[in-house]
Design a protein around this ligand. Structure first.
Ligand SMILES: [Zn+2]
Length: 137
């Protein structure tokens, strides 16, 4: 099924999934999501970059009650899910965590993936990003 992102500016690419960030050409500050001007106030225009798809879990928690709209519960109803901050090296990104909660801990290697939200009226699957614990090999 074709996929479309809930917010196009979040992604540099959907296949494979890669998030878009912004980097200051002067002080090298990196932001997610993309922003136009350097948050350090040096007046620079940020350049859009592709962020790494792997990082480590910085901290996390479990969302155990149903969030308010615009959250929409999945077809099977609300189930508690993980949310956390993943350190991608130059920037820390907040996101949904998928997979088993017992696999998560501070420092766990994490990988970016797409999370299905709901079908669009036009037939595509609307997606956002999420992170899951990387398979240990
Ligand atoms: Zn800057």
């Amino acid at each position: 099924m074709a996929v479309t992102s809930i917010e196009p500016s979040l992604f540099a690419s959907l296949e494979p999934p890669r998030l878009a960030g912004a980097k200051c050409p002067v002080c090298a500050t990196v932001t997610f999501p993309v922003q136009g001007e350097c948050p350090r106030g040096d007046g620079s225009i940020m350049e859009v970059i592709e962020l790494p798809d792997c990082g480590t879990l910085w901290t996390w928690t479990v969302q155990s009650f149903e969030p308010k709209p615009p959250y929409r519960a999945p077809a099977g109803g609300f189930k508690p899910f993980g949310v956390g901050y993943v350190d991608l090296g130059d920037v820390i990104v907040e996101g949904r965590l998928t997979g088993k909660l017992e696999d998560l801990g501070v420092g766990t290697p994490m990988k970016l993936s797409l999370l299905d939200l709901w079908p669009a009226v036009t037939g595509e699957q609307i997606v956002t990003y999420a992170f899951h614990a990387e398979e240990r090999s």
